[in-house]
Design a protein around this ligand. Sequence first.
Ligand SMILES: CC(C)(COP(=O)(O)OP(=O)(O)OC[C@H]1O[C@@H](n2cnc3c(N)ncnc32)[C@H](O)[C@@H]1O)[C@@H](O)C(=O)NCCC(=O)NCCS
Ligand SMILES: Nc1ncnc2c1ncn2[C@@H]1O[C@H](COP(=O)(O)OP(=O)(O)OP(=O)(O)O)[C@@H](O)[C@H]1O
Length: 197
Amino acid sequence: MSFHLGLTGSIGMGKSTTAQMFADRGCAIWNADAAVHRLYGKDGAAVASITALFPEAVQDGTVDRAALREMIAKDPTALPRIEAIVHPLVQQDRAVFKATENADVLVFDIPLLFETGAEDEMDAVACVFVNAAEQRRRVLERGTMTPLQFEQILAKQMPIAEKLARAEYHIETDTLDHAAAQVDQILEEIQKRMRDA
Ligand SMILES: CC(C)(COP(=O)(O)OP(=O)(O)OC[C@H]1O[C@@H](n2cnc3c(N)ncnc32)[C@H](O)[C@@H]1O)[C@@H](O)C(=O)NCCC(=O)NCCS
Ligand SMILES: Nc1ncnc2c1ncn2[C@@H]1O[C@H](COP(=O)(O)OP(=O)(O)OP(=O)(O)O)[C@@H](O)[C@H]1O
């Protein structure tokens, strides 16, 4: 049996970078954002249902994320309806990964881990964090969103303090070396838990 470790955190706090550290140490990684990209892509499992809901958001058999963002901005009921389609499909994608991967430790990189109930599928959860000023600096440095868009996304997500309170392991992503040392320590503890189980 594999150990299932959830990995979460607030936007830009270092989930992907930390997931790569787990991958470098032999863990298999599943990524929720990548799953959504597969579902929205050519022949993706969400395309038919999104077409039925918002035909104008589908072009050439793929879901246009910019069009979806516009729908969500215009209509407050849009996001919950999209989520009702997407979340069960994301869960199915994860089930296929679990059934086919046989690494000792499977890491699930899920921004909305607590919000979507994926927590229930995990043996433990690790939450990455960095101070708010550094988070903001890193996100805006990417140049992919305005300060207002950043604030809006932040306001929609569960506060980081609440995520940390619900997570068993905390990983501070202030430097790469510090994060790597915490990843090593968590994997040691997980190996011990697996030996003792
Ligand atoms: C709204 C959409 C079209 C925006 O796509 P886009 O490529 O512009 O952005 P991206 O997906 O990278 O998200 C940007 C940021 O918003 C956050 N975010 C995305 N969906 C949500 C949500 N439902 N609630 C809160 N934050 C969210 C992400 O964690 C990320 O930090 C897309 O995120 C979407 O279809 N979301 C609904 C499906 C969903 O819940 N996905 C989350 C994974 S289960
Ligand atoms: N431990 C660390 N030390 C220094 N910088 C880091 C560390 N972890 C991540 N970063 C930097 O922070 C930024 C965000 O990291 P990353 O893309 O991993 O975050 P994320 O949580 O996956 O983001 P998103 O929520 O947008 O998907 C990147 O510029 C990355 O290089």
